[in-house]
Design a protein around this ligand. Sequence first.
Ligand SMILES: Nc1ncnc2c1ncn2[C@@H]1O[C@H](COP(=O)(O)OP(=O)(O)OP(=O)(O)O)[C@@H](O)[C@H]1O
Ligand SMILES: [Mg+2]
Length: 443
Amino acid sequence: MANISTKMGEELKPGFDDAAWVDVLDAVDKTYAELVDYQEQLEAQNAELSSLRTFLGSIMASISDYLVVTDKDGFIADLSQSFCSAIGEEKSALIGRPMVAFFEGAMRDRMGMAMSEVVRDKEEKTFEVDLETPGGASPVDFRVAPRLDRRKRVSGIILTGRPLGEVRRAYRELEQSLEELKQAQTQLVRTEKLASLGRLLAGVAHELNNPISFVYANTHSLQKYLDRFEAYFEQVQAGASREELVELRSKLKLERDLKNLRVAIEGAHDGAERVRDIVEDLRRLSADGSGEVAPFDLAQTARIGAEWVKRGQKSRMKISVEGESPCIALGRLGHVQQVIMNLVQNAADAMQDVEEPEIQVNLSYQDDFAVLQVCDNGPGVPEELRAAIFDPFFSTKEVGQGTGLGLSISHKIAEEHGGSLVYLPDVAEGACFRLTLKRGDQI
Ligand SMILES: Nc1ncnc2c1ncn2[C@@H]1O[C@H](COP(=O)(O)OP(=O)(O)OP(=O)(O)O)[C@@H](O)[C@H]1O
Ligand SMILES: [Mg+2]
């Protein structure tokens, strides 16, 4: 090709040869390819941008915390649906409004100040303010942070807020449930006390029956003697002769009555003393559990507790209390009494089918502790149940026979005393529980 005409019809200079044309066409191809590349890049960026926008939009729509983005001067640029719902207005109506408009008084000053400081210092802040909502002021935990551009300059502010109303309500409900739980627990302790009181009363009734019938029988005899002596003294006063009186005395068997009179009075006295002792024991037993922490004799407490459980038993049972005596422990006597009675009662319950049931209570000092062990020759606690017996309501007894609270309450009492209550796993026969309390003889 010698000459080529341009569109204008000009003739290209003869030096513009084929090689030059090839260069031009290459350059056009390259530019075109670059343009296509650029367009593809633009489309990809556009797609990325639009998916980013959708992503942001879905966050703004679904986030339950508040999210508000403002410009440097605190005017809202974008915000989450949750914030719009809290304020009760459409998103479009809120964009462009100053953020501080949603707070009042001191709260507004606080928010305004925090936003300016964040812009100035480029440091985030966290604080609690009341947001004005149609339902009234609502506490929100706000985090205010600077929004930085590519060159790390502050271009606006990002506020995230966690509404505290719900959390507070949940917390209040939790507190209420805890309070109810506490009341239920108190009630349970009371029920458990009533249950052991019931057992105790059975023993008391049985025990009082003996001396009272003794006193009753003796006073009945005294009444008879009194009738006869009265008959005799009536004759004395009526001026009966000596012979008549001697005869009457032998007829009424007054000599023998005189001797029996003393026996009857002593019998009634013994019976009354026994009643007094029982009442004294009972008073000690019923000592208020919430009483003072004080030194007391664990051995004597164990003896009284064991006796009372024994009295409540239908079948015969051997109970021995041995070892250190006195064994002085430090604590609330009434509570510890309850623990001992629970342990002895459990042992007694476990031995219903044992031919010669025997409970051994042993007391000792070990270092700074007073230790009480209650062992029996019953079936013991099977290994797989040992982890559960201290749990509240765990019971292998029939419904109505046990609440399953005895050991859990006893364990708690032991811990409250700075001591412990454990099941001893390595005993040859039966079950063995060890109660450890602080020593009370060294203070
Ligand atoms: N000496 C023991 N020998 C065998 N098992 C025992 C003994 N002491 C406790 N247990 C087991 O531990 C369980 C829990 O005892 P806990 O005293 O807590 O409740 P409970 O005696 O069943 O009921 P409650 O004490 O309320 O009358 C008992 O049901 C029993 O299975
Ligand atoms: Mg029990």
